[in-house]
Ligand binder design. Structure first.
Ligand code: ATP
Length: 362
């Protein structure tokens, strides 16, 4: 078991809230990623869960038990530090057994548990080596193993891949995903890297300035961002976002903005200001005539500014009035810099947010 309930948790530093009234449940077996830009409070939140930092207010429950005031050691949670947290002078076997030795477990039991964990992580052939004789990925596995020997209720990880090069990061990402699947344990993982979040998480919690913006599966957070912040944070290139006036003309709700036109839905609505969002991959170049005849959907008309060749596809940056819009399109060679272009997106791919609060509309 490893259900963590975070209930209205806050932490202030010099009267500024690093974590501001966060309420969130990490279910047993979740791989929950705390995601957000630098300084948004991810580490502060994780350290409070670990018991390394006291909350200013709020509560923490582990499997229903209030652990807010409990010391770190008693929480049954394992913090996996980056690879350099291994003891360099101890063998892998001794590194793995260290937490048990500290806890006073007898030698035979330690040996048994260490070989069990080493087998599980497929590092049993490395037991006699020193950390410096291991690759980055192997060190990472030893660090996880050292947490695992104590059978924790959950694993807490703070940017564990940030020291690794790009190739190793991908390999270790796969390893962590399969490890999570095999163990079925609860993971809480801090990162600012959206690729890590999208690829490993069962749930992503997006933080901004200490506040929880949205929590959901990677698909929910990507496909239905709850706010302009989440919409702009996830995705590369980022979602195109722009302030627009929404009005109703002859029963059709549409946009008024230079180079943009959309028929969003049928019906009457009082005019309002909104932020319109559309992802680059949902924009398709069309012949101008197709846009005129189409019913609902978004049409963008502009001039091709820059084309970035990504090999399999290209990113076309289109100048629309004062703005630039990005479209991710197949590399057909049909789009030329300097030419006029018409882009279309289906209405279900058009996101609308409140211009004042930034929250998703509908
Ligand atoms: P990063 O990805 O850069 O590590 P983060 O999202 O983990 O960022 P935190 O480290 O949790 O962010 O910091 C959140 C805010 O709290 C920041 O403004 C930071 O400067 C502040 N902060 C964190 N720890 C302390 C501290 N011990 N004393 C004072 N301010 C702190």
């Amino acid at each position: 078991m490893g259900t963590i309930q975070i209930d209205n948790l806050s932490r202030e530093f010099a009267k500024t809230a690093a974590v501001d009234s966060v309420t969130l449940t990490v279910d047993d077996g979740d791989f929950l990623v705390l995601l957000g830009p630098s300084g948004c409070g991810k580490t502060t939140l994780l350290r409070m869960i670990a018991g390394l930092l006291e909350p200013t207010s709020g509560r923490l429950l582990l499997d229903g038990r209030d652990i807010t005031a409990e010391p770190s050691k008693k929480r049954d949670l394992a913090m996996v530090f980056q690879s350099y947290a291994l003891y360099p002078h101890l063998s892998v076997a001794r590194n793995l057994g260290f937490p048990l030795r500290v806890a006073g477990v007898d030698k035979a039991a330690i040996r048994e548990r260490v070989s069990e964990v080493a087998r599980m992580l497929e590092i049993d052939h490395l037991l006699q080596r020193k950390p410096k004789e291991l690759s980055g990925g192997q060190r990472q596995r030893v660090a996880v193993g050292r947490a695992l020997v104590r059978n924790p209720r959950a694993f807490l990880m703070d940017e564990p891949l940030s020291n690794l090069d790009a190739k190793l990061r991908t390999a270790t990402r796969h390893e962590l995903t399969s490890l999570h699947r095999r163990l079925g344990a609860t993971f809480v993982y801090v990162t600012h890297d959206q690729v890590e979040a999208m690829t490993m998480a069962t749930k992503i919690a997006v933080l901004n300035k200490g506040r929880l913006e949205q929590v959901g599966t990677p698909e929910e957070v990507y496909d239905r961002p709850a706010s302009v912040f989440v919409a702009g944070f996830l995705g590369s290139p980022a979602m195109n976002l722009r302030n627009v006036d929404v009005t109703a003309t002859s029963g059709m709700v549409r946009l008024g903005a230079v180079g943009l036109d959309a028929v969003l839905w049928e019906g009457d609505v009082a005019p309002f200001e909104a932020v319109l969002g559309v992802r680059p991959e949902h924009l398709t170049p069309v012949a101008p005539a197709a846009a005129v005849t189409a019913a609902t959907g978004l049409t963008i008309t502009g001039t091709v500014d820059i084309i970035e060749n990504l090999g399999s596809e290209e990113i076309v940056y289109v100048r629309v009035g004062e703005d630039r819009v990005a479209a991710r399109v197949p590399r057909t060679g049909a789009v030329a810099a300097g030419s006029e272009i018409v882009l279309r997106a289906a209405v279900e791919h058009v996101h609308l947010f409140d211009a004042v609060t930034g929250r998703r509309l509908e």
